[in-house]
Write a protein that binds this ligand. Structure first.
Ligand code: ATP
Length: 908
C-alpha cells in the first residue's frame, strides 16, 4: 500500500495548489478516483494493537489469589498421595480457566460490537453530492465538511472556514480552541500555528468549514504520534471491582478460618492428620467462590450485548450500573420524543395564513389559503420565503429508490421540500444564488444567516431562526408583494404562539437586500433593517411508542423531564401528547435565569418541561436534580451539551443527530436517538444489577452451605456426611453450570415496578446476609437430616453419603429456581419454565449426578453407591421442601414490606 503524500508541507501551499496536487476540486472526487485511491492508500485507520495469544490468555487465568489457594491444595494432596482429590481440584482450576477465557471472549465480542457501532462518521462532498460515510472510507483528495461538534476525521487543508474553531488539545496540549482560516502559513509554523489545517482527532467547537484530505491513517499527525489505537478496556465496573476485592478478602478469611478449624481438629479433637487435612482442603475449596468474578463479568457482557440490541451503546462500562439506579431522565424533545421527520404544514404571513400539504420529503404538494390552492409563484412573499428556505440551508434532499430523504438536518430538509412546493427549482436556483458568507446556526443565538450573490448583480441576506429571536432582530415586515412596513411585534408573537400551541416547531424567515459589494457577513448586518417575511410551522410527530415508555418510567419511580430548545407552547403540546405528568407549567430558560438556587431546587421538583433552554441551563438543571438527591440521566447532541453530559450520572448522546463531541462526553450512545431506548437501557441496567445480586445470592450460601456441612461434622466429631472429595466434585459441577446460568436471566416482570435502587447501596445488605444464614441453615439441615435417616435405615455409610451429596445438589438446583424471582412469586408457569440456560445447566448437573451415583467407575473413585428409587424421590422431596420453606419466607417478607409501606403512606 502506498503512503499518502504527507511529507509535503500542505499548510504552506495555497488552497488551489493543494487541490491541484491532490487532483481534486471543491466539488469532490469522482467515483473512479475514489476506487483507485482506496486501492492505492488503503483505509483511513490506525493499526489495531495485536490480540493476546491463546496461550498467554490461558496462563493469565491463573493469576488470581483464589486459584493460588486451589493450586497449593492440589500440590499438597498430591504429596499425600490423594490423587483423586488432586485431580478434582486440578479439574476445578482448569474448568475455571476455560470459563475465564470464554468469558473474556464474550466480553471482547461485546466491546468489539460496540466499537463498530461507534465508528466515526464524516460528511463529505463527492461528485458534488453531500454524503455521510464511515471515516475509514476517506481517501486523500476527499472534500470533508466540518460542523460544530464534529471530530475531524483526517488531516485536512482547509479552503473554507466560517467562524471555525477547533480544539487541538490531543495534539498540542492547548485546551483553548484555535480559530481557523484558509490562508497558507509559514513553512516552519509549529503544529499549533498551522491555522489553515484541521488535524485528525481534534474537535470542532464552533462554526463551519470545508477542507481537502491531505493525510489519512498513520500518515496523519495523530497517527505519527500514537501509531496505535489505544488498548481495549476490560469489562468491569466499580461494583464488579468491589466484588473482586471482596472475593479476594473472602478467600483470605476462609484460609485463616480453615487453618483455625485444622488447629482445633488436630490438637483439641485429635483427628488423624491426613483425614483432617483432606476435610479442611475440601471445606476451603468449597467455601471459596472461585467462579464468582468470572460470572459477574459475564453478567456485564450479557448486559452490554442486551443493551446494544436495544440500540443503547455503552461507552463507559460503569454506566451499566448507574443506569439501574436512575431516578430522573432529562430528555431532549426533537428526535428523542418525536420522530425528527419534519414537514412544513402551516405558513403565516402578514396578510394570510396557509396550509401546506404533501407526503414526506417529496417536494410536491399544494399550498392553500382557506382551503383554496394558491398559485405560489404569483405570491411574491411566498417566493421570498421559499428562497430563504432554500438558500439559508446546508442540507440536501436525495431520492433513493423512489423515496425522498434528507442528507443533513431533517428540519432543513423539510424547508427544502417546502421550497420545492413553492415552485422553486432546487438545484438551479441554489446555483444561481451563490453563497458568499455565512453565520452558522448556534443554539446560543438561535438563528442562521447567509449572504448570497446572484449572477444578475443582486445580493441579499437570508435569515431563519427562532421566532422570538427574529421578531426581536427585524425592524420591518413584508406586508404584501412589494411593500414593507415597520414591524408589529405583538402581531407576530400571537401568530407564533398560535402555531406553537398546535405542537408545531415554528421558524421565522427574514431577508434584507444588500449592495453587490457587500461580501462579508457580520452579526451587525443582521441587526439592522432586517425584514420579517413570515413564519413556518413544522410538524414533527411524537413517537407513538414513547407514550408507553413514559408510563413504564412512572411505574418504575423514574421522573421524566423534557428539556428542549424549542418554544414553550410547542413543548407543552408535545408533552401533553406523550403523557408527561405536569404539562401546564413550563419553565423557560429566561425564567430559569431569574431563579436563585433555592427556588430552582423547588421548581425542578414541580416542573416537567423546560423550554427555550441553552446548554448552560442543562448543566444547571443537572446540578439541581443532583442536589435534590436524584440520580440523573441526561441526553444531549450538541458540542455545548458536553459539560452537562459529563456532569450527569449517565450522559446519553444521540447516535444519529448527535455530534462527536457529545458522544465523547457521554457514557451511553443511542443508536436510534429514541427515548424508548433509554428506558430499555435502564431496564437492562436494573436487570444486570439484579442478576449480579442473584449470582451472589446463589453462590455465597452454596459455598457456605457446602463448607458448614464439613465444619459441623468435624466439630461434632462425627463422620463426614459428605467426603472431602465429594464436596470438591459438587463444587466443580455446580459452580460452572448453575452459577453461570443466572448471568443470563431475563428481566423479571416486576423489575420496572420497583422504585430505583438507592445509589451506592451495599451489595451485602441485611436481607442478603439473612438469606445467606437462612439458606446455609436449610442446606445443613437437609444434608444432616438425610444422612441420619439413611444411617437409621441401616444403610452403609457410602450410601448415606451418596444420598447426602445428591441432596445437597438437588437443594442447590431448587435454590436456583427460587433465586430467579426476587420480586414476585416463583410459583408461576413462567418461573418454572425458566430459560434455556437454566435448563442446560440443570441437565448437565443431572447427568453429572447420575454418573457419579450409578457409574461403577465413578463409584470406585468417589466411593459412592447406587441410590434406590424411593430414596431418590426422598432426595428430590427435600429439594422441594427447601423451595417451599424459602418461598414462604420470601412471601411473608414481601407482604410485610408492602404492609409497612402502606402504613408509612397512611401515617404521612
Ligand atoms: P430539542 O431539545 O427539541 O432537540 P433543539 O435542540 O432542536 O430542541 P435547538 O437546536 O437549541 O433546539 O434550537 C432552538 C431553536 O432554534 C429551534 O426551536 C429553532 O427555532 C431554532 N433553530 C434550530 N435549528 C436551526 C437552524 N438550523 N437554523 C435556524 N434556526 C434553527
Amino acid at each position: 500500500m502506498e503512503r499518502s503524500t504527507n511529507t509535503i508541507a500542505w499548510h504552506a501551499l495555497d488552497t488551489e495548489t493543494v487541490l491541484n496536487k491532490q487532483d481534486s476540486s471543491p466539488q469532490g472526487l469522482s467515483a473512479q478516483q475514489i476506487v483507485e485511491r482506496q486501492k492505492k492508500y488503503g483505509a483511513n485507520r490506525l493499526p489495531q494493537p495485536a490480540r493476546r495469544s491463546w496461550l498467554l490468555r490461558f496462563i493469565l487465568q491463573f493469576q488470581n489469589t483464589l486459584i493460588y489457594v486451589l493450586i497449593i491444595s492440589a500440590a499438597i494432596t498430591a504429596l499425600l498421595n490423594h490423587w483423586v482429590d488432586t485431580s478434582v481440584i486440578v479439574a476445578v482450576v482448569l474448568i475455571n480457566a476455560i470459563v475465564g477465557i470464554l468469558q473474556e471472549g464474550k466480553a471482547e465480542r461485546a466491546l468489539d460490537a460496540i466499537k463498530k457501532m461507534l465508528a466515526l462518521k464524516a460528511a463529505v462532498l463527492r461528485n458534488g453530492q453531500r454524503i455521510t460515510l464511515d471515516a475509514e472510507a476517506l481517501v486523500p483528495g476527499d472534500i470533508v465538511i466540518l460542523e460544530a461538534g464534529d471530530k475531524v476525521p483526517a488531516d485536512l487543508r482547509l479552503f473554507n472556514a466560517h467562524n471555525l474553531n477547533i480544539q487541538e488539545a490531543i495534539l498540542t496540549g492547548e485546551s483553548l480552541a484555535v480559530e481557523k482560516q484558509i490562508e497558507a502559513v509559514e513553512n516552519s509554523a509549529a503544529l499549533g500555528d498551522r491555522s489553515c489545517m484541521a488535524f485528525s482527532g481534534t474537535t470542532v467547537t464552533s462554526g463551519q468549514g470545508k477542507g481537502v484530505v491531505v493525510g489519512i491513517g498513520v500518515e496523519t499527525q495523530i497517527g505519527r504520534i500514537s501509531g496505535l489505537l489505544s488498548e481495549v478496556k476490560t469489562l468491569t465496573t466499580p461494583l464488579v471491582e468491589q466484588m473482586d476485592t471482596f472475593a479476594k478478602w473472602l478467600s483470605v478469611v476462609i484460609v485463616v478460618f480453615a487453618a483455625f478449624v485444622f488447629a482445633v481438629g488436630y490438637w483439641l479433637l485429635q483427628y488423624e492428620f491426613s483425614e483432617l487435612f483432606m476435610a479442611v482442603v475440601g471445606l476451603t475449596v468449597a467455601a471459596i467462590p472461585e467462579g464468582l468474578p468470572a460470572v459477574l463479568t459475564i453478567s456485564l457482557a450479557v448486559g452490554v450485548q442486551a443493551m446494544a440490541k436495544r440500540h443503547a451503546i455503552v461507552r463507559q462500562l460503569p454506566a451499566i450500573e448507574t443506569l439501574g439506579s436512575i431516578s430522573v431522565i432529562c430528555t431532549d424533545k426533537t428526535g428523542t420524543l418525536t420522530r425528527n421527520e419534519m414537514s412544513v404544514v402551516a405558513l403565516a404571513t402578514y396578510g394570510k395564513d396557509y396550509e401546506v400539504s404533501g407526503e414526506g420529503y417529496a417536494p410536491i404538494g399544494i399550498i392553500s389559503n382557506e382551503k383554496q390552492p394558491v398559485e405560489q409563484k404569483s405570491e411574491e412573499v411566498l417566493r421570498l420565503m421559499g428562497l430563504v428556505a432554500l438558500l439559508c440551508n446546508d442540507s440536501q434532499l436525495k431520492k433513493e429508490a423512489n423515496e425522498w430523504g434528507v442528507e443533513g438536518d431533517p428540519m432543513e430538509g423539510a424547508l427544502l421540500t417546502f421550497a420545492g412546493k413553492i415552485g422553486l427549482e432546487l438545484d438551479s436556483d441554489k446555483k444561481e444564488w451563490a453563497r458568499t458568507d455565512l453565520i452558522p446556526f448556534d443554539a446560543s443565538h438561535r438563528y442562521m444567516a447567509t449572504l448570497n450573490h446572484e449572477h444578475q448583480g443582486n445580493a441579499a441576506i437570508y435569515v431563519k431562526g427562532a421566532p422570538e429571536k427574529l421578531i426581536e432582530l427585524c425592524t420591518r415586515q413584508q406586508i404584501d408583494s412589494e411593500n414593507t412596513a415597520e414591524i408589529e411585534h405583538q402581531f407576530w408573537e400571537k401568530k407564533a404562539e398560535a402555531l406553537a400551541s398546535q405542537g408545531h416547531r415554528v421558524l421565522a424567515l427574514a431577508t434584507k437586500k444588500v449592495l453587490i459589494e457587500h461580501t462579508a457577513l457580520t452579526q451587525q448586518d443582521v441587526e439592522t433593517d432586517l425584514v420579517l417575511l413570515g413564519l413556518v410551522g413544522l410538524m414533527d410527530p411524537p413517537r407513538s411508542e414513547v407514550i408507553d415508555a413514559i408510563k413504564e418510567c412512572y411505574s418504575a419511580g423514574i421522573e421524566v423531564k423534557m428539556i428542549t430548545g424549542d418554544h414553550a407552547l410547542t413543548a407543552s403540546a408535545i408533552g401533553k401528547h406523550i403523557g408527561l405528568h405536569n404539562t401546564d407549567r413550563v419553565l423557560t430558560g429566561a425564567e430559569l435565569d431569574r431563579l436563585d438556587e433555592a427556588e430552582l431546587l423547588q421548581a425542578v421538583k414541580e416542573v416537567d418541561i423546560f423550554a427555550r433552554t441553552s446548554p448552560e441551563h442543562k448543566l444547571r438543571l443537572v446540578s439541581a436534580f443532583q442536589a435534590g438527591g436524584l440520580v440523573v440521566a441526561m441526553t444531549g447532541d450538541g458540542v455545548n451539551d458536553a459539560p452537562a453530559l459529563k456532569r450527569a450520572d449517565a450522559g446519553i448522546a444521540m447516535g444519529v443527530k448527535g455530534s462527536e463531541a457529545a458522544k465523547e462526553a457521554s457514557s451511553l450512545v443511542l443508536a436510534d436517538d429514541n427515548f424508548v431506548s433509554i428506558v430499555a437501557a435502564v431496564r437492562e441496567g436494573r436487570t444486570v444489577y439484579d442478576n449480579i445480586k442473584k449470582v451472589i445470592s446463589w453462590s455465597i450460601p452454596t459455598s457456605t452451605g457446602e463448607a458448614f456441612t464439613i465444619i459441623i461434622a468435624l466439630m461434632l466429631s462425627m463422620a463426614l456426611p459428605i467426603t472431602a472429595v465429594q464436596i470438591l466434585w459438587v463444587n466443580m459441577i455446580t459452580a460452572v453450570t448453575l452459577g453461570i446460568a443466572l448471568a443470563f436471566e431475563p428481566t423479571e416482570t416486576n423489575t420496572m415496578m420497583q422504585p430505583p435502587r438507592v445509589r451506592n447501596q451495599p451489595l451485602l445488605s441485611g436481607t442478603l446476609v439473612w438469606h445467606i444464614v437462612f439458606i446455609t441453615a436449610l442446606f445443613v439441615a437437609g444434608v444432616f437430616g438425610i444422612y441420619r435417616y439413611a444411617i437409621e435405615q441401616g444403610y452403609t455409610i457410602e450410601l448415606a453419603r451418596t444420598m447426602a451429596m445428591n441432596t445437597l445438589v438437588v437443594m442447590e438446583v431448587f435454590h436456583l429456581f427460587f433465586i430467579r424471582n426476587m420480586y414476585g412469586t416463583s410459583l408461576t408457569w413462567k418461573a418454572v419454565k425458566g430459560t434455556k440456560m437454566v435448563w442446560y445447566a440443570v441437565i448437565l448437573v443431572i447427568i453429572g449426578q447420575l454418573a457419579i451415583t450409578y457409574l461403577p467407575i465413578m463409584q470406585t473413585i468417589f466411593k459412592t453407591e447406587a441410590v434406590p428409587f424411593q430414596d431418590g424421590i426422598l432426595v428430590i422431596a427435600i429439594g422441594v421442601a427447601l423451595f417451599a420453606v424459602a418461598e414462604t419466607e420470601k412471601q411473608l417478607r414481601l407482604v410485610t414490606k408492602k404492609y409497612r409501606k402502606a402504613n408509612k403512606a397512611k401515617a404521612r
